[in-house]
Design a protein around this ligand. Sequence first.
Ligand code: SF4
Length: 92
Amino acid sequence: MQCQTVLPGTECSFWTKQGCVFEGSKCQNVVEDCDGCERVVDSEIGKVCSVYPSPSFKWAHGLCNFATHKKLEIKTEEQRVNPLKASKRAAG
Ligand code: SF4
């Protein structure tokens, strides 16, 4: 259903007939780590995330997986080689 408070008219899975069912009954503002992310939007309560209601939770355990401005370092092929297979290959 569409949000009618923080981001009026925006489809949101947390908005129900009873209103917002997210913790605190509304989205939370973005955190410092969100600076530069394309998903930050202005709302009735200031800057919020357009895809997740609790930005601080998204950053609590490391990098936010929805972030557009920061990405995990992708390991190179060399780093991904299984040491066991590599030793067998070298022995064979
Ligand atoms: S996607 Fe992640 S980094 Fe971007 S605004 Fe939302 S919580 Fe912040």
